[in-house]
Design a protein around this ligand. Structure first.
Ligand code: MF3
Ligand code: CO
Ligand code: CO
Length: 268
């Protein structure tokens, strides 16, 4: 993702309240979809359901038609890194699927993604999904007014490596608000003390994609159904974070007590 606008639209607390509302809709729909993920369900069925649920909230499924994207959500299965197009593919026991949902309500965007495991079979995927959650959390823990964006990326990459996983560098977090993608971009690797300074009023996503193997990907022409070169599995959690003077808030997580979810995200 490259953005040419180099300014960062900072948000007031009223703006944050609007973005929070949109993010909570994303979270609610991810939870609703989670109960439908099982063997035999197609990604197109999940997409159709998501569209109904989004419209029920009087929100817009903004991914639909975005650069020609045909779905209302991205459904990225196994070795599909991101931007998976919903299709007739039937989920199998042990498959992992990342659902990424972006919506707009009253002009404000929300964006979130979760990776789910299909069925109960113990799979190597479980280790990856856990690592992806922990790497994401490690990044969130570094968000603090006065700190640097490089601290976030550094921490994420360290945790990914600790679990034997790698970071797909092509996918980065981004500012969000009246647009789906705004400055600043948030790389999921970096050096502490480098990059832009984090200031109150920033609202951005953290969305590292972890690969169980090498991080190299095959980018398709339009960027859809992007896959790992070595076909290794990938997992991703995306959260939207608001920065205040003396605290931060994870707008896509209403559970509050993060400490209860150090190992796994709330719905796994
Ligand atoms: N929700 C994605 C993100 O986190 C964007 C999807 S863009 C689309 O930035 F092209 F796939 F639609
Ligand atoms: Co997203
Ligand atoms: Co995003």
């Amino acid at each position: 993702m490259t953005l040419d606008k180099s300014y960062i639209p900072l948000k007031t607390s009223v703006d944050v309240a609007r973005i929070r509302r949109s993010c909570r809709i994303c979270e609610k729909i991810l939870v609703q979809l989670s109960s439908c993920i099982r063997e035999g369900v197609t990604t197109k069925e999940l997409d159709s359901l998501a569209e109904v649920l989004i419209r029920k909230e009087k929100a817009k499924p903004v991914l639909k038609g975005y650069d020609g994207f045909p779905g209302s959500i991205c459904t990225s299965v196994n070795n599909v890194v991101a931007h998976g197009i919903p299709s007739g593919y039937c989920l199998k026991d042990g498959d992992i699927i990342t659902i990424d949902i972006t919506i707009e309500k009253d002009g404000w965007y929300g964006d979130g993604a979760w990776t789910f495991i299909t069925g109960k079979k113990q799979s190597p995927a479980k280790h990856l999904v856990k690592a992806a959650w922990q790497a994401s959390l490690a990044g969130i823990m570094e968000v603090k007014a006065g700190s640097f964006l490089g601290n976030i990326g550094y921490s994420i990459n360290m945790i990914a490596k600790k679990h034997g996983c790698s970071i797909v560098k092509e996918f980065v977090g981004h500012g969000i608000g009246k647009e789906m993608h705004e400055e600043p971009l948030i790389p999921h690797f970096g050096k502490p003390g480098t990059g832009r300074r984090i200031v109150p009023g920033m609202v951005f996503t953290i969305e590292p994609v972890l690969s169980l193997g090498k991080p190299d990907i095959i980018m398709t022409e339009q960027g859809w159904n992007c896959m790992t070169k070595d076909n290794s599995l990938t997992a991703q959690f995306e959260n939207t974070i608001a920065v205040f003077k003396d605290r931060i808030e994870i707008l896509t997580l209403s559970c509050g007590k993060l400490k209860d979810f150090i190992d796994y995200p709330p719905v796994l």
